[in-house]
Design a protein around this ligand. Structure first.
Ligand code: ZN
Length: 332
């Protein structure tokens, strides 16, 4: 039986951090947090000799969590899982955590947040760049950019409102598989569970931005160390060339799992469930299981783009699946 969600256009687009251009243009700068808002904007930590800064690009409210995270599972089972973890289905937020690492030699940015543009119009998002600025890193300071995949919440911030590269001095890297997918004449999005309208939007978003960065991107293969201490590793399914990043300094390691998890409970407890955000849900589920198992076994420190801010912690075996163990917030 079909269990297809029935989204409004606005809801559907908002699921990927998007709002239709028809809803109106917005100012070029991210709106400051309102007085009554919590503002977890900047978090500094270390990975060996590297200084890391995680900032929040914003939070997206998920209006229909069941349809977003597990459209093929029963409502009862989904609600029971959330209830077990004391999460109200009315208060599910998708955090966007952006990571910058200063190695001493390079300032490495991994993904760029949503950015600001008329086709991504949401004042709650696009806050990464101003946050980095307040942390002391201007756009011209970034020397290396790595794009994990071509979705709007990661790619948007790489291109300015007037269609120029946001980070003019940076060498940009992306997996060749990912670049080729979005720039091919007819990218195949048919396996994903998202609506046709949403797929069209995501594709249009990428097709507008990849050409701007075309000559900047160095296209690399799976396993490439694109700058000392940073290795790109293919973890396909969310998109065909979705890449996670293995970061190492001295004896310390941090694995940026990017979009292997869009929630701290659902994809960990139920890695086989198929969220609408994945381009190929089957392959994405395999990537999750494989990487989570390895991280749990190796006790690797993890950073997640969509895990609760600042997105740092560990993944350990649970029954069922896995669970997220956040690292306590420390003052420095
Ligand atoms: Zn994402």
């Amino acid at each position: 039986m079909s269990n297809r969600p029935n989204f409004s256009r606005r809801e559907a687009l908002s699921l990927l951090g998007l709002t239709a251009a028809t809803l109106g243009a917005r100012p070029a700068f991210a709106a400051p947090a309102k007085a009554e808002e919590n503002s977890p904007l900047i978090y500094r930590f270390r990975v060996g000799d590297f200084s890391a800064v995680a900032v929040s690009d914003g939070f997206l409210r998920i209006p229909e969590p069941h349809s977003f995270y597990a459209p093929q599972e029963s409502t009862e089972e989904f609600q029971a899982l959330l209830k077990d973890w004391y999460i109200s289905p009315d208060r599910v937020f998708l955090p966007f955590n952006v990571l910058l690492i200063d190695t001493g030699k390079e300032r490495v940015l991994i993904d760029a947040g949503s950015g600001n543009s008329s086709d991504r119009d949401d004042p709650a998002l696009g806050r990464a760049q101003p946050a980095f600025q307040s942390a002391g890193y201007g756009a011209e300071d970034i020397s290396v950019v790595f794009l994990s995949h071509g979705h709007p919440d990661h790619l948007g911030g790489l291109v300015t409102t007037d269609n120029k590269p946001t980070y003019p001095s940076a060498q940009h890297f992306v997996l060749k598989t990912e670049f080729d997918f979005w720039t091919s004449p007819d990218p195949d999005l048919s396996a994903g569970l998202a609506s046709t309208e949403l797929k069209k939007y995501v594709l249009g978003f990428a097709q507008k931005r990849f050409p701007v960065l075309k000559d900047r991107f160095v296209k690399i293969d799976d396993g490439t160390e694109f700058t000392p201490g940073f290795k790109a590793m293919l973890a396909p399914g969310h998109t065909p060339g979705h890449s996670i990043v293995d970061i190492q300094s001295g004896s310390e390691r941090l694995l940026h799992i990017v979009d292997l998890a869009h929630h701290q409970v659902v994809p960990l407890q139920k890695p086989a469930w198929k969220p609408t955000a994945d381009t190929n849900p089957e392959t994405a589920a395999q990537s999750r299981q494989k990487v989570f198992a390895q991280l749990a076994q190796d006790r690797t420190r993890v950073f997640g783009y969509h895990l609760p801010f600042p997105g740092i912690g560990h993944i350990r075996v649970s029954d069922p699946g896995y669970e997220w163990v956040p690292e306590p917030w420390t003052p420095a």
